[in-house]
Design a protein around this ligand. Structure first.
Ligand SMILES: [Zn+2]
Length: 285
């Protein structure tokens, strides 16, 4: 089973996770820019974070045989913080870089006016850079947030096929489907979607425009939920080709629209360095 996890925050994961992901079949991923779990206090904090997404983290993934891409944005939560919003002026510098395959995560957290402003401006940037957009949907009042999201996408003149609306569930999937946008599903251990609920949605509406991710981050989450979903699909009678479509070809098709997928990872080179630093610790015998 080859797996492309289209939404996972590897900066907060361990080398054990990388090894387990590779063993499970993960060969490519997209790491969206997000918040830290605590507020950033200045724009400089984004600069180091974005640099690590396009640099160190990609190097780290490559050492485990996994192709790493990222998306860059001011996330919805921090769009409410005046210490953070000036980062919007820095985004173009990063959106031009290799391996940056979308603008994201953008969208709504608490549905404030500031969030809407930042969201619209970043949709404009996506159009300007001819990049897809990855849109986060709020955990509360999800359906209203999803509807408002689709309105803003339309108002921005963004082609729906260039947008993935993420963290969907049974309640929000149909409005996104009708709008013609891509549908992202985050499979968590306890909350949101689980593999069986995901399979039921695939049985009901088919496999096109669906992305399945683990959305693993610094919270309670599991980078192998993508694999668990592939197995649940097989157990429910889907074919290996169906699984390959959902877990590999769909994300390749969606993010391929950026023209920047880098799916070939050179063989891992023990002791390789990035800016002088390697993943190895201690003396090698
Ligand atoms: Zn995320």
């Amino acid at each position: 089973m080859r797996i492309f996890d289209p939404h996972i925050h590897m900066s907060s994961r361990t080398t054990d996770d990388y090894e387990a992901m590779y063993a499970a079949g993960v060969r490519a991923l997209v790491e969206p820019a997000f918040w830290l779990g605590q507020p950033r206090t200045s724009v400089d904090s984004f600069v180091d974070y974005f640099d690590s997404l396009v640099g160190w983290e990609r190097f780290r993934a490559s050492q485990f045989g996994i192709a790493h891409h990222c998306t860059i944005a001011l996330n919805p939560k921090e769009a409410n913080d005046p210490r953070c919003t000036p980062v919007l002026d820095l985004l173009p510098r990063y959106l031009a870089k290799d391996g940056v395959v979308a603008v994201g995560e953008v969208g709504f957290d608490s549905m404030t006016e500031n969030e809407e402003k930042a969201f619209s401006r970043q949709l404009e940037l996506a159009r300007e850079f001819a990049l897809p957009a990855m849109v986060h949907t709020p955990h509360r009042d999800k359906l209203a947030g999803t509807r408002r999201t689709l309105d803003l996408v339309e108002a921005a003149g963004m082609e729906p096929g260039m947008v993935v609306v993420d963290h969907l569930n049974e309640v929000t999937v149909d409005v996104v489907d009708e709008a013609g946008a891509w549908m992202g599903f985050s499979i968590y251990p306890d909350t949101k979607m689980d593999p069986d609920r995901m399979v039921a949605i695939l049985q009901r509406r088919g496999l096109d425009r669906v992305l399945v991710n683990s959305a693993a981050d610094w919270g309670k989450s599991d980078p192998l939920r993508t694999r668990a979903t592939g197995e649940a699909m097989l157990a429910a009678g889907f074919t290996e080709d169906d699984v390959d479509r959902v877990l590999w070809r769909n994300p390749v098709e969606f993010f391929g629209q950026s023209g920047r997928l880098l799916l070939d990872v050179p063989a891992a080179d023990q002791g390789a360095t990035f800016a002088g630093n390697s993943l190895l610790r201690g003396e090698r015998g």
